[in-house]
Design a protein around this ligand. Structure first.
Ligand code: ATP
Ligand code: MG
Length: 569
């Protein structure tokens, strides 16, 4: 590709709404343009990168027996009503009506559609297992679309779905997918971790996320410094803290005045105790009712764990207005004793004695509180957010460390959730009709490309890992109007394409400074700089974008060594 014939509209300035570097650089490098919030046009240079990601995914999915399909993006409401998700999915589902008033949605995911296809086509155990995948546009009406195509509303996803007769077979495919995904992200040149993820009400450890390590990541990852344990912090297991549970004598329950002391620090400073002696009461709203959750004063609630403990489908923090209206107690003074709401407690709470809680009256707390005696716990379990230096839940001596990551892939064992709801059954060898076991597996294509930029850039622009680079080599003639320079540049261009090396030739009339800036910005791994002075000595400057290292090499001989130079980049 010659730059004069291409469309790479680069910019000096970043868009004002861009918060992360990948968003800024993708716009500046002329890869994407915004059409509306969370909706982007992908320009030719951007598409070249997305296609690279897609092709790597395709090869790895094909290798484990995935069958590529292409499902409709517009899906009938009836299917979603059958699975029970039409109401459950909420505002993220973009609902539309056709000219007859029939309801549809724009697919945010495709479990319903693929399960419908399979229930109609697959009858016997002999036809299973099967894994279908597609690379397709999804629409999710995200509350806060941001970060460019990293969290868009319309975005490209590779989604795969597998169907099996039994759980073991589903697990085998799940394990194969783990390997395939690891290969994909390795081949994309990314520093990533496979982490245990929350599998919601299905339980078990049958959900993993693939997380690219980056400061800008929206997820926190808890990992052990000594063993291989790694999980999304939402899922990181916590144990009962060691500094709990001495069997002190029970104290009397005592009401204390705490005028205007609402926060943990205010109360504990005022009463001159450690936050470890206090229990926080936080009110949440489920689809059914308001509930109270308890954790120790120095801990935080993990809403994902709490949701699993309650086993509810909606869990949101209740607003102060709702809390005060429902309980008649001012926020800051709420406690579990006589509250009249179901109380869910962290597993450390039943072991604690003589602690402080809100007194359920303005300017009042209770001291010497005991579970069971002073309030009833509906259910207790691990509901706290793991912290740095917590003991590792898997090995004896490791401590939890926390890093930030970008979720680029997510794999999941679904069990019979969709096959039961949609009656996707098969006949077993005895002629018995049984629902299929399913798994589903997603990768964000655009998010993967953006994550690669988050990990590979400098102040000048993008530094593509070679497998994702839109071009591997860029030829930069100092002055393309100079006869000898033009001849050498054209020769290199021709020869490199003959070798199958994707090469960009900057044949514009611009000053070389402009060409250098653009080349650095768009991040092509190798630059060949042709100038009359070097050419007189039959030499060309070869510059590595990543390191800035530059060397003179004999020309044209060097053209036979370009693959060798590119290989480790
Ligand atoms: P998130 O927690 O980031 O919202 P998710 O868990 O809802 O993502 P999945 O349903 O697991 O997403 O989708 C599979 C993959 O699709 C994700 O791992 C991610 O790479 C990608 N993806 C999800 N939402 C978006 C989005 N809004 N924009 C771009 N990619 C996305
Ligand atoms: Mg996910």
């Amino acid at each position: 590709m010659r730059v004069s014939q291409s469309f790479i509209p680069t910019h000096k300035e970043s868009p004002t709404d861009a918060e992360v570097i990948s968003h800024k650089l993708m716009v500046r490098a002329g890869m994407i343009r915004k059409l509306a919030a969370g909706i982007y046009s992908v320009l030719p240079l951007g598409l070249k990168v997305l296609r690279k990601v897609e092709n790597i995914i395709r090869e790895e999915m094909n290798r484990i027996g995935g069958l590529e399909t292409f499902l409709p993006s517009i899906q009938p409401a009836e299917l979603w009503q059958e699975s029970g998700r039409w109401d459950f999915y909420g505002k993220e589902l973009l609902r539309i009506k056709d000219r007859h008033g029939r309801e549809f949605c724009y697919g945010p995911t495709h479990e319903e559609v693929i399960t419908d296809l399979v229930r109609k086509e697959i009858k016997s155990y002999k036809q299973l297992p099967l894994m279908f995948y597609q690379i397709q546009t999804k629409f999710r009406d995200e509350v806060r679309p941001r970060f460019g195509i990293m969290r868009g509303r319309e975005f490209m996803m590779k989604d795969a779905y597998s169907f099996h007769t039994d759980e073991n077979c589903a697990k085998e495919t799940y394990e194969k997918t783990k390997v395939a995904y690891s290969n994909v992200f390795k081949r994309c040149g990314l520093d990533f971790r496979m982490v245990e993820a929350d599998s919601g009400t299905i339980g078990g450890s049958f959900s993993h996320e693939f997380s690219v390590l980056a400061e800008s990541g929206e997820d926190a990852i808890g990992y052990c410094e000594s063993c291989s344990y790694a999980s999304n912090l939402e899922k990181t297991e916590s144990q009962v803290p060691l500094d709990i549970g001495e069997s002190e004598l029970s104290a009397e329950l005592e009401k204390v005045d705490t005028p205007n002391k609402k926060t943990i620090t205010e109360v504990t400073d005022f009463l001159e105790v450690s936050p470890k002696n206090l229990v926080k009461t936080i009110i949440f709203q489920t689809e059914k009712e308001l509930v109270a959750a308890l954790v120790r004063g120095d801990h935080e609630i993990n809403p994902v764990k709490l949701k699993n403990l309650i086993d509810c489908s909606v869990l949101e923090s209740a607003s102060p207005e709702v809390i005060e209206k429902t309980t008649n107690i001012p926020c800051g003074f709420i406690g579990p004793s006589g509250l009249g709401l179901k109380v869910y407690a962290d597993l450390s709470i039943p072991l604690m004695k003589n602690f402080i809680v809100g007194g359920n009256e303005k300017d009042t707390h209770l001291r010497g509180v005991q579970p069971d005696r002073d309030f009833k716990i509906e259910k207790s379990g691990d509901i706290r957010l793991a912290k740095e230096n917590d003991p590792c839940p898997k090995c004896s001596d490791g401590k939890i460390q926390i890093k930030r990551g970008i979720e680029v892939g997510h794999i999941f064992i679904l069990g019979k959730k969709y096959s039961s709801a949609l009656k996707a059954n098969y006949l077993d060898p005895n002629g018995k009709s049984l629902p299929m076991e399913m798994g589903c597996y997603g990768i964000g294509v655009g998010r993967t490309a953006a994550a690669a930029i988050e990990q590979n850039h400098d102040e000048k622009g993008i530094i593509w890992p070679t497998p994702l680079a839109p071009f591997q080599v860029i030829i930069l003639p100092v002055n393309y109007a100079d006869e000898q320079t033009k001849e050498a540049s054209d020769l290199a261009y021709q020869k490199l394409w003959d070798k199958g090396i994707e090469t960009l030739l900057d044949d514009r009339k611009d000053r070389i400074g402009v060409k250098f800036k653009d080349a650095d910005l768009i991040g092509v791994p190798l630059q060949l700089i042709f100038g009359p002075k070097n050419l007189k000595e039959n030499q060309v400057e070869v510059k590595i974008r990543k390191t800035g290292e530059s060397q003179l090499h004999p020309f044209p001989e060097i053209l036979d060594r370009i693959e060798e130079i590119l290989a480790p980049l």
